[in-house]
Design a protein around this ligand. Sequence first.
Ligand code: IMP
Length: 187
Amino acid sequence: MYKFVTSNRHKFEEARDLASRHGIDIEWIQMKYEEIQDDSTERISYDSCKKLSGKVDPPYFIDDSGLFIEYLKGFPGPYSSYVSSTIGNEGILKLLEGVTNRSAYFLTVVSLNEGHSIMQFTGKVMGKISTSIMGSNGFGYDPIFIPDGSDRTFAEMDTSSKNAISHRSIAFRGLFEYLRANRISNK
Ligand code: IMP
């Protein structure tokens, strides 16, 4: 089984749904780990993945994600976790009160440690920040993010609808296609 190291149950459930569509089983390694502060999601993801070697046997992978709001020059971006646990969705809506440019995107960078090297898979979804909190599914910023082409927030969708379009699904599709194509040893 391939190991997904994350303390976030929602991330694991989304990934498991995607993995099963590729005929792949994944195992949840429920573990918190330290993240460096950096303005690049790629570097944060790479660094966290590397530091887990010695603690988790490869092959394993992690997911680092963030919400980037155009009007706020990309904030919260790499600070998404801190902002979510401090000012939260209400705080983001306050920062955007009366603002018409509500464009934003979600980015996921999955890092896979194969043992000898680290590979990355990226997914991005464009959308906008809603004017109120809508929906109760999902987690984090889901209740305030409306992906392009939809009139519902991610929190108003079930896992499979979110997975049909999300940043995470794009990154994980890349990972699972790579694992299948390269037949990475499935311990
Ligand atoms: P991290 O990838 O766990 O560091 O996530 C950073 C922050 O973004 C956390 O507060 C998450 O709750 C939030 N986040 C990550 N992915 C998603 C998502 O798919 N939907 C909504 N919020 C997310």
